[in-house]
Design a protein around this ligand. Structure first.
Ligand code: FES
Length: 145
């Protein structure tokens, strides 16, 4: 990024903040869990990412490729913010049926964070993961460039 581009990005960020538009900047990476502790499908970890409560779940290998399911070594994982995409309430963890039901207005999500039923109109925001020396790190938003 040259100096002119950096200046434009700075101005755009300031305008976005002034208008209440959330920043799309990538948050600081955080260490989540040792990969070895996710021994089975269904293993989970809670963490905080970008100031939001977040959740990681080991899932079975997907039958069809999904951009939300990330493979680290031999393990398939999903991770996402627990901030409801309707109005920002923190959603609970998946129940025994694998359903997440927001207590504020009833939006429902699958255990991988995808939307089942509104009023929310989008999935829970997915988090990009990386494996570093046997540790799972949350390193950014999956929908960010
Ligand atoms: S904040 Fe979750 S359904 Fe409204």
């Amino acid at each position: 990024m040259n100096r002119r581009d950096a200046h434009k990005a700075l101005i755009a960020g300031a305008i976005g903040l002034a208008m209440g538009v959330p920043s799309r900047a990538q948050p600081r990476p955080v260490r989540v869990v040792e990969l070895g502790r996710l021994a089975q499908v269904g293993a989970e970890a809670e963490f905080t990412f970008a100031g939001e409560r977040a959740f990681l779940l080991r899932v079975a290998p997907p039958e069809t490729p999904s951009p939300r399911v990330q493979r680290l070594g031999d393990v398939y994982l999903v991770a996402y913010s627990r901030t409801c995409t309707h109005a920002g309430c923190t959603v609970p963890l998946p129940d025994q049926r694998g359903i997440i039901e927001c207590g504020c207005h009833g939006s429902r999500f699958r255990s991988d964070g995808t939307l089942l039923q509104g009023p929310a109109s989008t999935d829970l925001r997915a988090i990009r993961l990386e494996l570093r020396d046997g540790l799972v790190w949350a390193v950014g938003w999956l929908d960010a460039p």
